[in-house]
Design a protein around this ligand. Structure first.
Ligand code: AMP
Length: 395
């Protein structure tokens, strides 16, 4: 895999797939610019070399053109964060795009409109990819978080740049860190999974099972497992159609000698609000009308014990509704335990949009060995799968 340093970018148009799928508030203000910051060294290198950067990304999951998902909303923030003036381009492909391109001789940095406004993006359409390729002389992938997808801009487009494609700095750093975990993988290896849903992480979970000794499950997704085991979860979040999958994962784990740790107790709330009434209850005895929004004190102690004995730790997904201060304590405690284990010599890799947000909100980012922007991509990479985004750069 080539990197940016293998190219002289002077006078070149560099088409960069970035991941600017950033969270926005209801006034379209960026609430966390981490993903933009991540791309800064790559953009700086292009501009400092005398090249031009054409940035392309998706934002959310629009169905066709939906103005609330326009990247125009974030153009000013991107310009501020990168410290460069920037032109926004609303016509990504077609005749108008071509005309616009010829008029953009001076702009050093361009930001293209949301790629997912075109259905060819998610479909990995070759014709769409070819039209995107017209924007650049060199292709750079700086969106590790989407490397597990074979979309037009993340993989297919690369075939139009034989010998002229590279990984961005952050992309390359993440792949190296993950390879290090895979190689070193000092035991015991513990994976900690949280977040809202099992469904978004099933494949990842099944794939990493052979590589781990302990699997800790917290957050909303734990309730699907607890219900699958016959527990009473009250009004907690649960994916009723994933109970069989949850049982299958538990059986696979047992068959492969992986110890699974589910919450023992939870902080139950009488409504989904920071000011809700709360009580600590057994995770399989949550009364009707109450929902588990964080892990409880016994669970924190149990999880902490496992984490402190681990030599390699992977963390994907918060252990509770960390956005609400009263339900952030479990995630905070687990984060602190991982930080402590890291200080004592363990290697810790944190990944996934919400995990990164949680780690930063809690100020723990500098106490982890590596913070990855990838969630699904991270899990797939750890499972030693060939990621389309990486394969496309290597071919
Ligand atoms: P994910 O994107 O799947 O990693 O999910 C992250 C989201 O899961 C965060 O917004 C958390 O608030 C949410 N979450 C974590 N624990 C719970 C829970 N016990 N109940 C409901 N949502 C949760």
């Amino acid at each position: 895999m080539k990197t940016l340093d293998d190219f002289d970018l002077s006078g070149k148009r560099v088409l960069v797939r970035v991941d600017y799928n950033v969270p926005l508030d209801d006034r379209f203000q960026v609430t966390d610019a981490t993903r933009i910051e991540v791309s800064k060294p790559t953009v700086e290198k292009i501009v400092n070399d005398g090249g031009r950067a054409i940035l392309m990304s998706h934002l959310g999951r629009p169905k066709g053109v939906e103005s609330r998902f326009s990247l125009r909303h974030i153009a000013a923030e991107v310009s501020d964060t990168l410290g460069v003036p920037l032109d926004f381009v609303s016509d990504v492909v077609g005749g108008r795009a071509r005309a616009k391109r010829s008029r953009l001789r001076k702009a050093r940095v361009l930001l293209l409109e949301n790629l997912r406004f075109h259905e060819g993006e998610v479909q990995g359409d070759v014709r769409f990819a070819e039209q995107l390729a017209e924007w650049g002389d060199i292709y750079v992938n700086e969106a590790f978080a989407t490397a597990h997808r074979a979309h037009a801009s993340t993989a297919v487009v690369a075939r139009f740049f034989p010998g002229k494609k590279a990984a961005g700095y952050a992309f390359e750093k993440e792949v190296s860190a993950i390879k290090r975990v895979l190689k070193a993988g000092r035991k015991p290896v513990t994976a900690i999974l949280g977040g809202a849903k099992v469904s978004s992480k099933i494949t990842g979970v099944e794939n990493i099972l052979p590589s781990v000794d302990n699997l800790i499950v917290g957050g909303g997704m734990a309730f699907t497992f607890i219900q699958a085991l016959g527990g009473r979860i009250g009004g907690s979040i649960c994916e009723a159609d994933k109970l069989t999958v949850a049982r299958r994962i538990l059986n696979q784990a047992e068959g492969q000698g992986v110890k699974v740790f589910l919450p023992l107790d939870v902080i139950a709330a009488d409504r989904f609000a920071d000011q809700a009434h709360t009580k600590v209850v057994g995770s399989d005895r949550i009364p009707a009308g109450w929902q588990g929004l964080d892990i409880g004190p016994k669970t924190v102690a149990r999880f902490g014990d496992v984490i402190l004995r681990s030599k390699t730790i992977l963390w994907n997904g918060p252990l509770g509704v960390f956005e609400l201060p009263n339900f952030a304590k479990g995630t905070m405690a687990v984060g602190n335990h991982i930080a402590q284990a890291t200080r004592d010599g363990a290697f810790s890799l944190v990944g996934g949009g919400d995990s990164v947000a949680a780690v930063e909100k809690l100020g723990l980012q500098n106490r982890m060995s590596c913070v990855s922007t990838g969630g699904g991509a991270l899990l797939a990479c750890l499972a030693d799968q060939t990621l389309p985004g990486i394969a496309a750069l290597e071919s």
